[in-house]
Design a protein around this ligand. Sequence first.
Ligand code: 9MR
Length: 342
Amino acid sequence: MPDDPTVPVTGSAAVAPVTAAEPPLRRLAAPHGLALGTAVDLTALAEDPAYRAWVAEQFDTVTAENAMKWAELEPTRGRYEWGPTDAFFAFAQANGQRVRGHTLVWHNQNPAWLADVPPDELGDVLKTHVQTTVRRFKGRVWQWDVVNEAFEDDGTLRDTVWLRALGPGYLADAFRWAHEADPDALLFYNDYDVEDVNAKSDGVYDLVRELVRQDVPIHGVGVQAHCSVRHAPTTLPENLRRFDALGLHTAVTEADVRVALPSDPVKSQAQANVYRSLLRACLLTPRCLSFTVWGYTDKYSWVPGWFEGEGAAGILDENFAAKPADRALREDLSFGGARRRS
Ligand code: 9MR
């Protein structure tokens, strides 16, 4: 394989294993001003050398798949457990990787003790959590998912513990609290099923436009992009463009593309096409900063546990062999001129 990242990588028909001589994804992405990332399973990172090596070599941004969620950080009220996350940051630093912090305000994976907090104390408790966490990693988080999944499919605000106790103002407050704690971090709103222009992404658009108008410190919108070959976005470029036009960064934050099991070559090729369309949408959007896959190998994928009969959603199979999807990403990053950043 050529060592020059501008030379195309070929061969999506017959999928050859990626060899050590090939340029890593991160190097192919660099001329585009785009960071290539993956979610990281910290247990696999500690126990599986092949997994660890691939994360270290291929990606320039990493997201802890679960370890930075509130239930993991503060299982007992008032006692933060930073150990696993510190190890994750040390790994990222050793490999020259930037961290996407995931996530501060969510309705899921919150500590059990939160259920016993009286509603009139929830605002203080949330502020303390946001600021304790952001301060702990001040200067070391590139992008924070400040608020995650706050919308329903119809574009209204999701009925969560936060909306009920604090009203809709909790969204702006969360961004202000995070900004106070680390003025240099890029602060994102992040959600799923907002890839297309649809009722849900319209709701997100209206919210962030209003936050921008009010000078609330929000800097970006993350589209998760949990897709399937049977349900692939068709209007992602238009959608990202409208957020870009507000002056906001965008990012593809959790890409995966599941197929009905068992997979076969036709499904794998269809999957590659979806990955390719996600990446292209990001490349077409001047302020799209990063393209993160939600786990790169099927070996540790969350998908089969959540979608009965579906899986094989990653770019590498369970044996770390490249699928057409991996080749498609390499091809698209290799062909075409580097995009101009605005
Ligand atoms: O991949 C994560 C999985 O291991 C957890 O069990 C699950 C619990 O909610 O969260 C998964 O990650 C989610 C992410 O944090 C937010 N967007 C949707 C992701 C997939 O469910």
